[in-house]
Design a protein around this ligand. Structure first.
Ligand code: IVH
Length: 717
């Protein structure tokens, strides 16, 4: 390669790397694997070594990619947030071990090994024991301020037990920083996507992408609802907002603080004790921390972690190896991109090559037709995969997916895998693209294109698939939550023609149910009680139950807050709807059209005709009405921490409706403390004062009982 060629290739590589940085850090939707990315980076590094004069100051080889987002204020990090050098096989790990031993002049180095979470880095600060700020990595030097969003994490305590000071004997330290990786558990991710599927909203691409998106969401309620998790892996004291040992001292005045940061803290002799300190303060750390003092052991741990991968409820993409001793870390220092004392060992990507046998079509509750890939069964990340989602017809066209093709499938953490690539190089000449369907695969009615949502739709209101989908949605958990009507029983009702619409559920009669084969009193009762209780569901759940296109539970909540009745909602103009948070013009149009459509208005009228109230529930009983014999009556209660099942204000309202006096702080008069997750000093104080403490489970139990006693319970209303 001559100079000219090198220059061209370097330009090309810089452009490509920057594009992939954008895809990974800004969009969280990488197009290539980390390994391929590292190959590009390595190629550029090699060229920069060979042609140092062609190297640019701001080459991507010397910088970490940036997730900065102009919608957020930013702040400078107390110390740079770096990346880690990647490795893909054991020889690279051996080379790392040799580098460490050479660098430290030791025969033997002790390492820690822990899972490398595939999430998003977050830094959080505590001042005087209170959570005060959280930042994203940003460009490593400066991150976006995401304090309010991180405050919603169930695993981030907002206030710490008093003993936090014991960790930092230095009296000047009144602030410290912790860093960790935020992530969505696979189960929560699958749940969220299930909800989105029901609401016919675009699904979240993968847990990492969803985590990054959630951290940058402006609606904190939505962030709370997503329930992000976090594992912390670093803690260090700050003095005046800066990492303690980076504070300018006579020795380091004049040195560039950001060029070679220690990335370590002297408070803890080794990484193991750093993790122990995090645990002692109640922060969650990954439980699979291992220690290795020789290469064989190291290799064994890496292998064990890779084997563990399939059993975890979160994605890991490798293991992180760290020199355990902190003095040693400080001596090894860091480059501008990564500390020298750490190495990421990346596992092989969980992808598999298989044949696309054909494409089947699924029809959803609003008639949207989704293509599903039928695959030659293949083993992928511990389970056999035979179907994959194809999202919509446009996507099939974009990827040029044809039956008979060899395709690469990945598991994005969701239960349903997806096709990320068609191996065009392996395509035989006679694979032809699938024609776009012109009729519904279920009812043969003509289909039409829904340009806005790039979807094909069956417009037949009586299409059996649409009827079934609508009913399934209506009874689902976040909608009417009708127990006893899960899957099979509903299917058999449909088959027998007992129900064709949600309103038909309210017309079910005990006599009819009792004659069904296999149905006894008990199962009939369950369904009938469930149906009766559906009328008592909160207004927002009813709005969701209507199954309007693009309306998930969050949008339903917004609509319910804004419009107290179906009449108000039906009368809303498109622009009124579009002005609501997270609705927008497209969704507003779809909601309005749906409510005016023959199907939508018939559904509403039909529900009203069977007595299903479509309006905001009347306020809870007044105090005088609350029977005095319930447990909460006149009890003085304080709530602390976060409750999983409801917000604090909701809990307060519920107890007040029962006659409790809910106050903000613990005094001699307090009788009960409701302690949710992350309860802090109030819990300690209550314990000291011998106040009765209810955890969430006990609280819910008491609440249920008290409601029954006061006549507010569902059984008696
Ligand atoms: S230690 C200087 N430990 O991976 C960075 N990082 O590729 C020290 N990560 O920025 C980081 N799991 O966002 C560390 N157990 C773990 C990790 C971990 C995931 C992330 C973190 C880091 C990135 C580097």
């Amino acid at each position: 390669m001559d100079r000219k060629q090198a220059q061209l290739r370097m330009e090309e590589l810089r452009g490509e790397i920057q594009r992939h940085n954008q895809l990974y850090y800004q969009k969280s939707l990488p197009e290539i694997s980390d390994q391929l990315y590292d190959q590009l980076d390595q190629e550029l590094q090699d060229l920069e070594t060979a042609w140092p004069e062609l190297r640019l100051e701001d080459s991507p080889t010397t910088q970490v990619g940036s997730d900065r987002d102009e919608n957020f204020p930013s702040a400078i990090h107390s110390a740079p947030m770096l990346s880690l050098q990647n490795s893909y096989d054991l020889t690279e790990v051996e080379a790392f071990d040799q580098r460490m031993r050479r660098g430290l002049g030791q025969n033997r180095v002790t390492y820690t090994v822990e899972p490398k979470m595939d999430g998003v880095a977050v830094a959080a600060r505590y001042r005087d024991g209170q959570f005060v700020m959280a930042l994203t990595r940003g460009d490593g030097r400066q991150g976006d301020v995401i304090t309010e969003n991180v405050a919603t994490f169930p695993e981030v305590p907002l206030e710490l037990p008093e003993n936090w000071r014991d960790l930092f004997p230095n009296k000047d330290v009144n602030e410290f920083e912790i860093r960790g990786e935020a992530y969505l558990t696979l189960s929560r991710f699958a749940q969220l996507n299930e909800e989105r599927r029901l609401a016919e909203q675009p699904e979240l691409a993968n847990p990492r992408n969803a985590t990054a998106g959630t951290l940058k969401t402006l609606d904190t309620n939505e962030v709370r609802r997503r329930r992000l998790s976090i594992f912390f892996y670093q803690i260090f004291p700050l003095v005046d907002g800066m990492r303690a040992e980076e504070k300018p001292s006579p020795e380091n005045v004049g040195s560039d603080l950001f060029s070679s940061p220690p990335q370590t803290s002297s408070e803890f002799p080794d990484h193991q004790s750093e993790m122990a300190a995090l645990i002692s303060l109640g922060f969650k750390t990954n439980p699979f921390l291992r220690v290795a003092s020789e290469p064989l052991e190291l290799a064994q741990h890496l292998q064990d972690l890779e084997a563990l991968r399939a059993d975890l409820d979160y994605q890991i993409d490798g293991a992180v190896i760290k020199v355990d001793n902190r003095q040693a870390q400080m001596r090894l220092k860091s480059t501008s991109k990564a500390p020298r004392w750490g190495l990421a060992f990346k596992f092989a990507a969980e992808e598999a090559l298989t044949t696309l046998k054909g494409v089947t079509l699924q029809v959803g509750r609003t008639g949207v037709i989704t293509p599903v890939a039928e695959l030659e069964p293949v083993l992928l990340a511990g389970s056999t995969v035979s179907r994959a989602t194809l999202h919509n017809w446009d996507e099939m066209g974009r990827k040029d997916i044809r039956p008979g093709d060899q395709v690469v499938v990945v598991k994005g953490g969701d239960i349903i895998p997806k096709i990320i690539q068609v191996r065009l190089d392996l395509r035989s000449g006679d694979n032809v693209p699938l024609a776009e369907p012109t009729v519904c695969p279920i009812c043969s009615a003509p289909v039409s294109r829904d340009e806005q949502a790039s979807a094909l739709r069956c417009r037949n209101l009586f299409c059996p698939a649409v009827v079934a989908g609508r009913l399934r949605h209506f009874v689902s958990r976040d909608a009417c939550d009708i127990e006893g009507l899960g899957g099979q029983s509903l299917d058999s009702f449909l088959e027998l023609g007992l129900v064709n619409s949600p309103a038909d559920l309210f017309r079910l009669k005990r006599e009819t149910l009792a004659t069904l084969p296999g149905w006894g009193d008990k199962s009939s009762d369950r369904v009938l009680t469930g149906v009766t209780q559906a009328s008592l569901r909160p207004w927002e759940s009813k709005v969701f139950a209507l199954g309007m296109p693009q309306v998930g539970i969050t949008t339903a909540r917004t609509l319910a807050q804004e419009f107290p009745s179906i009449q108000a909602l039906q009368e809303a103009t498109k622009s009124e709807l579009a002005a609501l948070p997270d609705v927008g013009a497209t969704v507003a149009g779809q909601i309005s059209d749906y409510l005016k459509s023959p199907g939508g208005s018939a559904l509403v009228a039909d529900l009203i005709s069977v007595g299903f109230l479509l309006e905001k529930e009347t306020e809870s009983l007044t105090l005088d009405e609350a029977a005095e014999e319930n447990w909460f009556f006149e009890r003085v209660v304080v709530i602390t921490g976060t409750l999983e099942s409801m917000g604090r204000s909701e809990a307060k309202k519920a107890m007040e409706a029962l006659g409790a006096k809910v106050t903000g702080s613990i005094t001699g008069k307090t009788q009960v403390l409701i302690a949710g997750e992350k309860a802090g000093s109030k819990l300690t104080k209550a314990e000291k004062l011998g106040i009765e403490i209810l955890d969430e489970k006990a609280f819910l139990h008491r609440l249920e009982e008290a409601r029954q006693d006061s006549g507010q319970g569902q059984a008696s209303s």
